[in-house]
Design a binder for this molecule. Structure first.
Ligand SMILES: Cc1cc2nc3c(=O)[nH]c(=O)nc-3n(C[C@H](O)[C@H](O)[C@H](O)COP(=O)(O)OP(=O)(O)OC[C@H]3O[C@@H](n4cnc5c(N)ncnc54)[C@H](O)[C@@H]3O)c2cc1C
Length: 475
């Protein structure tokens, strides 16, 4: 900040400050070449160190981090460099409604269980510092009321992701964070003295600028370039791969059930036995039949927990579905025998065992899979057939032939390993004044607002740590 003081009062201090700054190399960035001419104003202007934070990426983590850094250290020059449009994933998230966080996980240990990558590490301080409740109260105190749906997902009351974007962008503007779009950070190195030197390419023209910065927050999501920047600064990268996808199943009969939902099934993944140390992957929850295979919360959760194993098996494997998970196989078989006696004179297709929530469409699929005509009477079904119907309902196998699309949410597993950062500051353990937040880390959550929560928590912790350091260096 410029101050007006008389030349006489200023010059002696000014000179020694200039000298000190010059010796410590900082002057080159603070005062442009004709420093003698402008000495009084410029040096007084920078009597307190003017520090710069560059945030790579204007997504949820980067924007939230920048806002919080600037909230703590108002003097800090905070610049977000974004190669595309800021908050573009927030815009399309949750089908345009933005599932901001999850409101059903008051216990942080339970919350951490929703992160296939990160569940152990995130049990600690991470969500204690800034968890879902903090996120919800921050948004509500900044004008975005949220509502929690039955399954825990929190959305803006407006049902529009624009509310979230408008709120964040208004904070960016009010706090004086500079948002520089259509610029790509292409390389980074550390200068002697510890500052970062960034190479930034203007898009699409391609002109290049070099910028020196004191603090660097990389919040570039799952972008390949972000991983390269992290590697250039000495970090390793856990191989990135998709998480949260549906299963492609080649079964023409199943396709006829497209649109049918099962409120509660138990799904189990069985992968190539050649892979070592595959844990038992099981999920319980709703499942949906699509025209390419199987989807729904239980499948998506299974895909997230099995992401690495499925990737290595080329997305081939066997899915075993228990359609009636709350009933033991023997009780089910007994009930089917009872049903046979009770409805002996009815056609099997016309009398499905409704007590298990089986729909007529699915019942006809089961009969077809068993090679039974729906026109026979219950009385003529052999006991063996009845027992195998029971087994099929409890252990119905489907061959997974690939990864299906899932457009509502998609996230990348892999990135900067959590062992290389300190989660209570988001600071790199490898490079001084370097921070990470959001999806660039080897953290990913299941569906339900958990991925944004990782971005808000990480952004908050990184931003407030950087703000604190900038304040300290002022004093
Ligand atoms: C369709 C879809 C829907 C989703 N819905 C939900 C949901 O409802 N709830 C939920 O919790 N999660 C959801 N997710 C996941 C969630 O969007 C991400 O986990 C979250 O956006 C990650 O935030 P981030 O800031 O880490 O990364 P991003 O949001 O990906 O932001 C990173 C930004 O960095 C920029 N960038 C990258 N490299 C550079 C560079 N070198 N120079 C300059 N800029 C760069 C990118 O352009 C990008 O804007 C959804 C994801 C998708 C794809």
């Amino acid at each position: 900040m410029r101050q007006t003081m008389s030349m006489a009062a200023v010059i002696p201090n000014c000179f020694s400050l200039c000298l000190a700054l010059f010796n410590s190399h900082k002057l080159t960035t603070l005062v442009s070449t004709p420093w003698k001419r402008t000495c009084t104003t410029h040096v007084i202007c920078h009597a307190k160190k003017e520090e710069k934070l560059v945030v790579v990426g204007g997504g949820a983590a980067g924007v939230y981090g920048a806002i919080h850094a600037k909230t703590i250290a108002r003097h800090l020059n905070v610049i977000i460099v974004e190669k595309g449009k800021p908050l573009s994933k927030v815009k399309i998230s949750g089908g345009g409604r933005c599932n901001v966080t999850n409101g059903h996980c008051a216990d942080n240990l339970i919350l951490a269980e929703n992160y296939p990558r990160g569940h152990k590490e995130l049990r600690g301080s991470f969500f204690n510092v800034h968890g879902p409740e903090d996120t919800m109260s921050w948004f509500s105190s900044h004008g975005v009321e949220l509502k929690i749906e039955d399954d825990g997902r929190a959305f803006p009351v407006s049902n529009s992701s624009s509310s979230v974007i408008d709120c964040l962008m208004s904070e960016v503007n009010q706090r004086g964070v500079s948002m520089q779009t259509k610029k790509n950070v292409t390389a980074v190195s550390v200068l002697p003295g510890g500052k970062f030197l960034l190479e930034i390419k203007q898009l699409p023209a391609g002109s290049i600028e070099h910028v020196e910065v004191d603090y660097l927050l990389i919040a570039s999501g799952s972008n390949r370039q972000g991983y390269e920047l992290a590697s250039q600064l000495g970090h390793s990268i856990v191989e990135p791969m998709p998480s949260l996808f549906t299963f492609k199943i080649e079964d023409l009969r199943l396709r006829e059930l497209s649109g049918v939902t099962f409120p509660k099934v138990k799904v189990r993944l069985k992968l190539d036995s050649l892979q070592k140390n595959i844990p038992q992957l099981t999920q319980v929850g709703p499942m949906l039949v699509t025209h390419w295979g199987l989807s729904g919360p239980a499948i998506l959760r299974l895909s997230a927990w099995g992401a690495r194993f499925l990737f290595s098996s080329g997305y081939k494997g066997r899915l075993v579905v228990d359609f009636i998970p709350d009933v033991h196989v023997e009780s089910l078989k007994t009930s089917l025998s009872r049903h046979k006696l009770q409805f002996a004179k009815q056609k099997v297709i016309n009398s499905c065992p409704l007590e298990f929530g089986i729909t007529k469409r699915f019942w006809s699929y089961v009969l077809e899979r068993q090679g039974l005509s729906g026109d026979i009477l219950w009385a003529s079904i052999s006991n063996n057939s009845l027992m195998s119907i029971g087994s099929l309902l409890k252990e119905c196998a489907f061959e997974i032939t690939g990864k299906g699309p899932f457009k509502d949410e998609f996230v990348t597993a892999g990135g900067v390993p959590l062992s290389e950062i300190s989660l209570n500051t988001m600071k790199s353990k490898i490079c001084s004044n370097l921070f990470f937040a959001g999806e660039i880390l080897n953290v990913d959550g299941v569906t339900g607002g958990f991925n944004f929560q990782n971005a808000w928590s990480g952004g908050f912790i990184a931003g407030t740590t950087i703000g604190g350091l900038a304040l300290q260096s002022q004093s």
